[in-house]
Design a protein around this ligand. Structure first.
Ligand code: FEO
Length: 395
């Protein structure tokens, strides 16, 4: 197969990654635009490859490397992160270039050994360590939990280039390589979706990482997924700072599922009430929206309303799945509200409340739980609740 040519991103530094056009589930995250795995080849006295690609795209990466140097000439591989979308091609590559040195963090070493059961020629680097490869001296900075314990970035001061692996990534398959070659709206949406689904639980660690990186002179950020930042660096740093601080906007998100339409009626009455009070609302039915997209709405919404009827003494499985995901991602500083309908029992509302309490969300307005089918008067009361909720989020 013929692949798009390698791309020189800086003098003697090449993108040699692979494009996964068809992937639609990244461990459950809906990647409707596909993704890329970005590997970078630095041609210096010591030829250095930074990260690799998923195992099934090995040939694509190697074909790009071959346009520049024979892969057997690689001296050093830097493994910034153990996860298999970046380390998956190491075994095959190390069969070709057997004496290559594999640079990784202490936890990277542990992780790579657990994954591949190999005793490669490892060199462990601490945060702040450097490595001279000829004209360049590369710097390593550990950024634990952004988003795995082993996560590390590589920085080249000569090139003002940051290679931060997963941080600042987006799942977009495209033949464009740079942020000024694709629509900003798509890029921002995918960067937000990526942060919401991958990085959100680690706001404090992201803040520490941003502090560590703030002292570096950078004019290009080349992550391991999606496009490379060269024209919108201040914008993406601003977004990351906002997300890391769990900053939200004065807007509402209604997430619900319904059996016979009663919970849906309540959802739409709440929507009317919130809108009437002047706040924009997004409404997401869990039957038709993927949880990884709903989480992208969560990242910016201050008011979040969650609704389910009671089925078999509990909430609907769609809401159960969404709340499991939400609890893992731990968004903070939200105002929550719970609603639902029931025939008998009516346990769903209380169960959802318990989960929102665990997340330490404010719940200033009493939940709604209506029997069977709501009537006009009840829906009018529901609308008033929507109206009332808005006063708790307006700053
Ligand atoms: Fe893109 Fe944590 O792997």
């Amino acid at each position: 197969m013929i692949y798009m040519n390698k791309v020189e991103i800086k003098p003697d530094i090449y993108w040699v990654g692979a494009i996964d056009w068809d992937i639609r589930s990244f461990h459950g995250y809906l990647t409707q635009r596909g993704t890329t795995y970005n590997a970078y080849l630095i041609v210096d006295k010591k030829i250095t490859l930074v990260d690799t690609v998923k195992h099934y795209l090995f040939d694509e990466m190697v074909s790009r490397i071959k346009e520049i140097v024979p892969p057997s000439k690689i001296d050093t591989i830097i493994s910034n992160h153990v996860e298999m979308d970046h380390s998956g091609s190491l075994p095959k590559l190390l069969d070709i270039c057997q004496n290559v040195k594999v640079i990784t963090s202490t936890l990277g070493l542990k992780g790579l050994k657990r994954h591949y059961k190999k005793d490669w020629n490892f060199k462990v680097v601490k945060s702040g360590d450097t490595l001279n490869i000829g004209k360049r001296t590369l710097h390593f900075v550990h950024i634990p939990m952004v988003h795995w314990p082993d996560s590390m970035v590589t920085y080249s001061p000569k090139d003002k280039l940051l290679l931060p692996n997963d941080a600042f990534g987006q799942h977009i398959a495209t033949s464009a390589r740079f942020d000024d070659e694709i629509d900003w709206g798509i890029l921002n949406e995918e960067a937000a979706k990526y942060y919401a689904n991958i990085v959100m639980p680690y706001g404090n660690q992201v803040k520490k990482a941003l502090e560590l990186l703030s002292g570096l002179d950078i004019n290009m950020i080349a992550p391991s997924h999606g496009i490379i930042w060269r024209s919108h660096i201040p914008e993406i740093l601003t977004e990351y700072t906002k997300w890391a601080n769990y900053e939200t906007e004065d807007k509402a998100l209604i997430v619900y599922d319904s059996m016979w339409g009663s919970t849906e009626k309540i959802a739409y009455a709440l929507k009317e009430g919130v809108e009437e009070a002047g706040i924009p609302v997004t409404i997401r039915n869990l039957k038709t929206n993927h949880i990884s997209d709903v989480i992208t709405d969560v990242i910016s919404s201050r008011l979040i309303l969650l609704g389910s009827p009671t089925l078999n003494n509990t909430m609907l499985p769609t809401m159960g799945g969404f709340l499991t995901y939400l609890q893992g991602l731990r968004p903070k500083n939200r105002v929550g509200f719970v609603f639902g309908s029931y025939g008998w029992g009516g346990q769903a509302v209380g169960e959802i409340e318990t989960i929102l309490k665990k997340l330490s969300w404010d719940m200033p307005v009493k939940s709604i739980n209506l029997n069977y089918v709501p009537d006009k008067k009840e829906l009018s009361e529901v609308k008033k609740k929507g109206n009332e909720l808005v006063k708790y989020i307006k700053k």
